[in-house]
Design a protein around this ligand. Structure first.
Ligand code: PLP
Length: 375
């Protein structure tokens, strides 16, 4: 819980750091441990390494402070984003329940559908854009929101959907991966769970996998924590510590990425071979009005379509500064032809471009020369 109001930069740097003590580091190093000294009764904050680790405790406090400043929130960190996604879905949903998923969300989240089907859970799919999930809410146990959606960058009105869900007794989970807590705070918009892959912009260096779930309801927190302990989807202490260290620059990174994304989009506008340009921060983007009402920063991803698969492949091969890679939110600019994975309903020439924190001029120059080379 943060006691005094702080700006995003201050919050990013100080989040989760223990009170200053003489002769100790500001962020204690990773604690490598499987068993703790544990005499007598098996009680206490740290008993066994699959249950708790002090390095997670610091990181969890940090993420809670960023996701829900001033609230009494609880965060549980996981080995990956998918570990966090499945912890929420599988700890909450039982045989006979109904779950509403976005038809355009991250494809690995959607792929849990087969598993849920096999357990007798009714899965309803509806698109993110136009708040279309509202139409299929009746009788559901859990509404899953991903806004902005990956990779198509559609946005829904989280306040509106959360209010409608709660009227019907439906729990609401928001995948906050793309926005990061500095871009959007789902719990303040009414969600019960804010969860994310910390692999992407939250940690931002392309060197670790992490997931987290943040909640304010103690019963939900307990269920998610018990799920982690039971399935053992725990982050290594080194990854948790590196993640916490990376948070100090979150504010700098997401601000720079937001500016770079707009610079790239502006440069792409002038190109006749580019269609379907999307970024929620663009004033004329179909998602902008709703995004601006619930987001404070619009993320690193710009998407657009080139005329066909070969054209897109020539473009990616001609990039010199930007590397062809999946994932997004890194300090390095990355891009990929999303259709190469299958599973997303995107055109063959669809490019998901994630701007890094390089200089905007250099990113734009590289993209324009690669577009010229690909013609
Ligand atoms: C990448 C991603 C995930 C999964 O995260 P991992 O850390 O790769 O397991 C979940 N949701 C969204 C929106 C993502 O982009």
């Amino acid at each position: 819980m943060s006691e005094r109001p702080t700006g995003d930069g201050t919050a990013s740097v100080h989040a989760g750091r223990p009170a200053a003590e003489p002769y100790t580091p500001s962020l204690p190093g990773p604690v490598f441990v499987s068993h703790y000294h544990l005499p007598g009764e098996a009680a206490g904050p740290y008993t066994y390494g699959r249950d708790e680790n002090p390095t997670w405790t610091h990181l969890e406090a940090a993420i809670s402070q960023l996701e829900a400043p001033g609230a009494d929130a609880d965060t549980v960190v996981f080995a990956s984003g998918m570990a966090a996604v499945s912890a929420v879905l599988l700890s909450q949903v039982r045989t006979g329940d109904t779950v509403v998923l976005p038809s355009d969300c991250y494809q690995a989240t959607r792929s849990l559908r087969q598993r849920l089907d096999s357990w007798g859970v009714d899965v309803r799919l509806a698109p993110t854009a136009g708040d279309q999930q509202l139409d299929v809410l009746d009788g559901a146990r859990l509404l899953w929101i991903e806004s902005p959606s990956n990779p198509e960058l559609d946005v829904c009105d989280i306040r509106r959907l959360a209010a409608a869900a709660h009227e019907r007794g439906v729990l609401v989970a928001v995948d906050n991966t793309l926005a990061t807590p500095l871009g959007q705070r789902p719990l303040e918009l009414g969600a019960d769970f804010s969860l994310a892959s910390g692999t992407k912009a939250l940690t931002g260096h392309g060197d670790l996998l992490l997931g987290y779930v943040t909640v304010t309801d103690p019963a939900l927190a307990a269920a998610v924590r018990l799920w982690r302990k039971t399935v053992g989807a725990i982050p290594g202490p080194m990854e948790a510590w590196l993640a916490h260290r990376s948070l100090a620059t979150l504010h700098l990174r997401v601000d720079r990425q937001a500016a770079n994304a707009v610079a790239l989009a502006d440069a792409l506008r002038g190109r006749p071979e580019v269609t379907g340009l999307r970024h929620p921060g663009l004033p004329d983007d179909p998602a902008h009005r709703i995004a601006a009402g619930q987001m404070r920063r619009f993320g690193s991803v710009v998407s657009f379509v080139l005329p066909g698969r070969e054209h897109a492949e020539r473009f990616l091969a001609a990039l010199q500064l930007t590397t062809e890679a999946t994932s997004f939110g890194s300090v390095l600019s990355t891009a990929e032809r999303r259709g190469r994975w299958g599973g997303d309903a995107v055109p063959d020439g669809f490019i998901r471009f994630s701007v890094g924190v390089e200089d905007a001029e250099d990113i734009v120059t590289d993209v324009l020369q690669a577009l010229d080379a690909a013609r």
